[in-house]
Design a protein around this ligand. Sequence first.
Ligand code: 5AD
Ligand code: SF4
Length: 435
Amino acid sequence: MIEEKKLFIQTLGCQMNTLDSEHMLSELEKYKNYTQTDKLEDADLILVNTCSVREKPVQKLFSELGQFNAKKKKGAKIGVCGCTASHLGNDIIKRAPYVDFVLGARNISKIKDVVDIKGSVEIDINYNDSTYEFAPNEKSIYKTQANISIGCDKKCSYCIVPSTRGEEISIPQELLISQIRKDVENGAIELMLLGQNVNAYGKRFSDKREKTSFTKLLQEISKIEGLERIRFTSPHPLHMDDEFIEEFAQNPKICKYIHMPLQSGSNEILKAMKRGYTKEWFLSRVEKLKKLVPELRISTDIIVAFPKESEADFLDTLAVVEEVKFDQIFNFIYSPRPNTKALELKEFEIPREIAVARLTRLIELHKLHQSELMQKNIGKEFEVLAENLSKNGEVFGYSDNNLQVFFKASEEALGKIQRVKISGASRTSLQAQKV
Ligand code: 5AD
Ligand code: SF4
């Protein structure tokens, strides 16, 4: 009998990282007898799954590692994983010698091997674990997730990800289908497909096989009986062709919520960002989607103060925001990152005060839209997957179009899709009654 050990895991960054953390947890549970704890002081192993998209979290990492080292129980190990691990590699151990191992974003399938090797650094960005079958996740019951690709082939000029997660490789369809089938047999009814750029799926695999497309993958996955909802993130606006939009609109299993990362509404800036589309293309995609899907909700990512962004460029972004009226915006101030093309524009970087002022203007405009859009839901009916029951007898869940909804219900409601009528709205969530 191997001794039972405790694992504390902290996850930063995107949903890819969340899934990577789940994979590491299930591998360690299955092969190394770990169970998860939320108390750092009890842990035998502390994993920090890092993000390197912006500079601030990277700076914070080392002060946090120092705190973890001070609080950890005697003999506990610390591992640094994820994108910053790929990016800084051995330097992490040089700066924080108490770190036991470093495991890069594309290498997490090696967790069960490195965990016992003091000083190991596995950060090969060409490592290919696209066909590795991770130990199944025993935790999520109603919702499951699947990575459909690793890496990213885009060369957006601000983004560090291609240098931390390597080139894009799609995961074979038959592997995905068999994993999803198993999850559905275990009770999952909702699926989240993940990838840095999901709708570029099917261009390159680790073996020689025919190219395919994300649209075809969606068609195949939706044939799985018992699976009721399919979500995905993130798609790239450039690859939102008519075929994809039509499938999105007419396939009843595909949830009517889409993330469309705009980044900027100025054609000049989009060009400098190397996004590959214009604002006109972006708006044509939104128009087609909205026409075919009346209940559609759209979220986006916007970077303000990219080098050379003038007041006129920023006003172009606000104009697109005004026209689309996004339901959710993830806003960022441009952060210069190593190994990116945009570093060549260093002399044109925008002063911090201007960047912050632009960010504030964007947030204020978006808040107006959010309140307006949320109020419009009052009186409407939605199907909500009941996920959580709080002590006050209120259930919480998401509608097909990703609205956060609270309503009174009992435990039997959990894991089921409930029809509710909206009675109240705040800027970010809704109150409802069962119908
Ligand atoms: N600076 C600011 N934001 C960035 N993002 C990616 N790289 C940077 C950067 N260097 C944002 C983009 C992306 C999201 C995940 O993070 O908006 O879509
Ligand atoms: Fe952060 Fe990007 Fe890595 Fe996700 S892929 S953790 S957003 S750097």
